[in-house]
Design a binder for this molecule. Structure first.
Ligand code: AN7
Length: 358
């Protein structure tokens, strides 16, 4: 029996690659170290010889990849003496900001689009004690307001325009490289503000530049069709998609993400809401992995590009699943094909119900 030291989060693990000092007080909830799960059934169903792994970021402390960036952003905000943080959010950033602010003993202000965030995320922001400001507008409007108010009020912005966020998020790429011992051929990822795709590329390049690995992946970013500025080549003013997490028309990391596309020789593509939901159902029904709709965009796009040969057979592919399915139970229940059977509470009725389904 070997004992391993207790895992205490990504800042402790990657201290020498992150902008922290020896005496920095780290605000952590044990984020990172998420599983890289090899898909068994989907490649078989696609009838293609590909190795697909999903990096299940939904298993972070607040159920999304945002925790990787938030531990860094809140650690630095506290180090710099800030007493309050603020963000605009489609839901996951606000959940994460609320939790890390609670942990640090500071205040979180979160601006969310009225009625357009998944129930689980709203519950998180509320239970962690954030000040929730619902705006009668979308994420992009909220983001502009946060940038304005950040200039006038004593609050630290913890959206991904805060550079510490991307520093924390790059560690997802480090973990993938450590586990595979090499970069995948393709990394497929959902794109909203494009912070995460940019952070992953930073992480891949850092290990490559230091000679830890000798290759880098082709980065492929997938957007929801109704919120696809990278496909339209310009900002989108009224983004719409069932995947509310990526209902974003004015991405904050626009230039960075185009640089990622060029440098990695990758591409952007879009998925319809139907494709996104089908991928979510495939992952949950065929692999036992429950991610939120926005997350399934990476697998929806990858499945299409594997089928059409843009991602060739023999490839090693990593898809990021950015958030947990429990964040959005409403969408899951609404689109679920399995039925709930109500019967009398006796042996005969239960037995009958079972026999009808075997
Ligand atoms: C599940 O929470 O922007 O391209 O305010 O929650 O780095 O923006 C969420 C984004 C993908 C897109 N998947 O990542 C927010 C927010 C999930 C997300 C994205 C988000 P970026």
């Amino acid at each position: 029996m070997t004992f391993h030291p207790r895992y205490t989060g990504l800042i402790d693990k990657y201290r020498d690659r992150l902008p922290v000092h020896d005496d920095t007080r780290v605000i952590s909830l044990g984020e990172g170290n998420t599983p890289l799960i090899r898909l068994n059934n989907i490649p078989r169903l696609l009838k293609k010889d590909v190795d697909i792994y999903v990096k299940f970021e939904g298993l972070n402390p607040t159920g999304s990849f945002k925790d990787r960036g938030m531990t860094m952003a809140v650690t630095k905000a506290v180090e710099e003496g800030s007493r309050a943080i603020i963000c605009a959010s489609t839901g996951n950033t606000s959940a994460s900001a609320a939790a890390y602010a609670a942990r640090a003993g500071i205040t979180a202000f979160v601006l969310i689009p009225d009625g357009k965030i998944a129930m689980g995320k709203l519950a998180q922001a509320m239970i962690h004690g954030a000040v929730v400001i619902q705006i009668k507008g979308n994420f992009d409007a909220g983001m502009e307001l946060v940038k304005e108010v950040g200039k006038e009020a004593p609050v630290t912005i913890v959206n991904s325009i805060n550079p510490y966020r991307l520093q924390g998020q790059k560690t997802a790429a480090f973990e993938i490289l450590e586990e595979l011992g090499t970069a995948p051929d393709f990394h497929c990822i959902p794109v909203g503000n494009a912070g995460n795709i940019s952070a992953h590329w930073m992480g891949y390049c850092e290990f490559h530049d230091h000679g830890i690995v000798n290759n880098r992946p082709t980065m492929v970013g997938y957007q929801a069709s109704g919120a696809a500025p990278f496909l339209r080549g310009k900002m989108v003013d009224n983004p719409e998609t069932i995947a509310t997490a990526i209902r974003i028309g004015h991405p904050q990391s626009w230039d960075k993400a185009w640089a990622v596309q060029r440098e990695s020789k990758g591409w952007f593509d879009e998925c319809s809401d139907e494709e996104i939901l089908a991928a979510q159902r495939m992952l949950s029904g065929k692999e036992g992995i429950f991610c939120e709709p926005a997350s399934a965009t990476s697998v929806a796009g990858a499945m299409r590009d594997i089928t059409n040969g843009k991602i060739p057979e023999g490839s090693k592919i990593v898809c990021t699943l950015t958030g947990h399915g429990l964040k959005d139970p409403d969408t899951a229940i609404k689109q679920s094909t399995s039925s709930v059977i109500t019967v009398e509470a006796n042996l005969k009725s239960v037995k009958e119900a079972i026999l009808r389904h075997v």
